[in-house]
Write a protein that binds this ligand. Structure first.
Ligand code: NDP
Length: 234
């Protein structure tokens, strides 16, 4: 079944892979980009998830040009790693603002359309570290843990309208975000993953596409790990 799908932060990395996968599944995909240019082959709008004005304006544009997005993937995210003793308020708050409050701004605005449609999928991209923690990522892991409570609250509030809300929690994925890790650290991480390797962006995208599909209509409030066994189901 074709429907309009919106993916935030989809000019590269996991977001772009999700956009391709949803398109291959027959959805009409709109991607958002913050900086640079939009990826080729997709309808696109500019959106900065740290600004409610920007999020609302992007949704206004999408709805007037193409219609109400029925599948919403809140994927945009950042890291600002550092040991806790050296982590400034700004380092903590800016990551929460982009990853947690940003996802809230997107899901809140999307809900207006979903309530009219009386169906929909809210899909939040979390992280295994939201459940298991990560030294040097107090800000990032807090933001990703917060998404679980957020998704479950959306699931309870909107479930009676056939709107589902779930979190996909990737482990370590080959993208720009992890390309800064040096070779030694990469090998250590790979050894700690039961499947012994990093994840491809496609392996995340395919699970998102399943959750967006009619086959996943009875899954809501779930935290779905795609982490090679790193979090052992958490
Ligand atoms: P990338 O750094 O490759 O891409 C991040 C995307 O988010 C970019 O498109 C970026 O836009 C966008 N973005 C960042 N800040 C904002 C903002 N304020 N407003 C709008 N867009 C923004 O990251 P990944 O593809 O690796 O990660 C995607 C998601 O997956 C993130 O939520 C991340 O936390 C999560 N994740 C990633 C893992 C990994 O190992 N890579 C593991 C677990 C979770 P721009 O190009 O303008 O910077």
């Amino acid at each position: 079944m074709s429907s309009i799908a919106l993916v935030t932060g989809a000019n590269r990395g996991i977001g772009l892979a999700i956009a391709h996968s949803l398109k291959e599944a027959g959805h009409d995909v709109v991607v958002t980009f913050r900086s640079g240019t939009s990826p080729e082959g997709f309808k696109s709008v500019q959106m900065d998830v740290t600004s409610s004005e920007s999020v609302d304006a992007a949704f206004d544009e999408i709805e007037s040009k193409w219609g109400i997005p029925e599948i919403i993937v809140a994927n945009a995210g950042i890291t600002k790693d550092g040991l806790v003793m050296r982590m400034s308020d700004e380092d903590f708050e800016s990551v929460i603002d982009a990853n947690l409050t940003g996802a809230f701004r997107v899901a809140r605005r999307a809900t207006r359309g979903l309530l009219k449609l009386k169906r929909g999928r809210l899909i939040f991209i979390g992280s295994v570290v939201g459940a298991v923690g990560s030294a040097g990522q107090v800000n990032y892991s807090s933001s990703k843990a917060g998404l679980v409570g957020m998704a479950r609250s959306f699931a309870r509030e909107l479930g009676s309208r056939s709107i589902t809300a779930n979190v996909i929690a990737p482990g370590f994925v080959e993208t720009d975000m992890t390309s800064t890790l040096d070779e030694k650290r990469r090998n250590e991480i790979a050894r700690s993953v039961p499947l012994g390797r990093f994840c491809s962006t496609k392996e995340i995208a395919d699970v998102v596409t399943f959750i967006a599909s009619p086959q996943a209509s009875y899954i809501t409030g779930a935290l779905i790990p795609v982490d090679g066994g790193l979090g052992m189901g958490h």
